[in-house]
Design a protein around this ligand. Structure first.
Ligand code: PAF
Length: 282
């Protein structure tokens, strides 16, 4: 296992791997790794000859009042976890080299970034698509693995790959949850004991919505209202959004049908958490 910082080293390594006719499976992360990330790594290990994980807290996907500075960073623990999981290379570029002087080129997916998290975090997805496309162009992976917890990110990245003809396959792994159902997230480490107990209600609320749909409710306003009422009863939770959307277009829907996603974002104290449940409704 080698930890690589320099872009030039990774570029030449990727060239060498390709010349040996081996495939690269890539897992982009911002570090502070948990079982959710390690599950992506396990998938990468199964499908690719060489597994590369990037650890880079990408400044341009954070808004001015967001948590870029305090985002959890623990490189030595991450390296240990990834080594145990059989990763071949870890790429940890420095911000100064990665964006260079006078960086001014961005990749932006328009329509589908207006909804859900895109509405509350302007510029966030532009930061994500820019960093991911730059990572793709440095590494030239054959596979890139993303987690469904960031459900909108998955749709946005797939659209970018399709529109810009990146020659790779996107693999999506299911949400990995704690025993009580809370979706694993690096930001869970911000939660106090009391906040951690409250946080699971996002999943419980989405589950409530899901069971209403499975029991026949097809009016999305009724389902989202039920989830909001459930969450509003909990002192200490502030809803950012609860939406029922078409899973492909991410457009909010009125009549629940076909492939849908019940998506939510809440604040527990100062911590913003997201989660989603996908359903196929005939
Ligand atoms: O999902 C994340 O951790 C980030 O958005 C990603 C894809 C690593 C880009 O910085």
């Amino acid at each position: 296992m080698e930890v690589i910082q320099k872009i030039s080293r990774l570029k030449s390594l990727s060239k060498k791997i390709k010349s040996l006719n081996k495939t690269i499976a890539f897992v982009p992360t911002m570090g502070a790794l948990h079982e959710g990330h390690l599950n992506l790594v396990d998938i990468a290990r199964k499908i690719g000859d060489v597994v590369i994980v990037s650890i880079f807290v990408n400044p341009i996907q954070f808004g001015p009042n967001e948590d870029f500075e305090k985002y959890p960073r623990n490189l030595s623990k991450d390296v240990e976890l990834l080594t145990k999981r059989g990763v071949d290379y870890i790429f940890t570029p420095e911000v100064n080299e990665f964006y260079g002087e006078n960086f001014q080129t961005y990749v932006e997916v328009k329509e589908i970034t207006k909804y859900l998290c895109g509405a509350s975090r302007p510029g966030h997805f532009r930061g994500v698509t820019t960093v991911v496309s730059k990572l793709f162009s440095i590494l030239k992976p054959d596979f890139a693995i993303f987690g469904q917890k960031d459900g909108q990110q998955v749709v946005v990245i797939k659209k970018m790959v399709k529109d810009l003809l990146f020659p790779l396959k996107i693999i999506v792994s299911p949400i990995i949850r704690e025993n009580d159902g809370l979706a694993m997230s690096s930001r869970n480490s911000y939660l106090s004991k009391e906040e951690r107990e409250l946080a699971v209600n996002l999943y419980k609320g989405l589950e409530l919505g899901s069971s209403l749909i499975l029991n026949g409710e097809r009016n999305s306003s009724k389902v989202s209202e039920a989830i909001k009422n459930f969450l509003n009863e909990k002192n200490g939770i502030k809803i950012d959004y609860i939406e029922i959307v078409d899973k492909k277009t991410l457009k909010p829907i009125e009549n629940i049908k076909d492939e849908i996603m019940i998506a939510g974002a809440i604040y527990v104290g100062k911590t913003r958490l997201i989660d989603n449940i996908s359903l196929y409704v005939s």
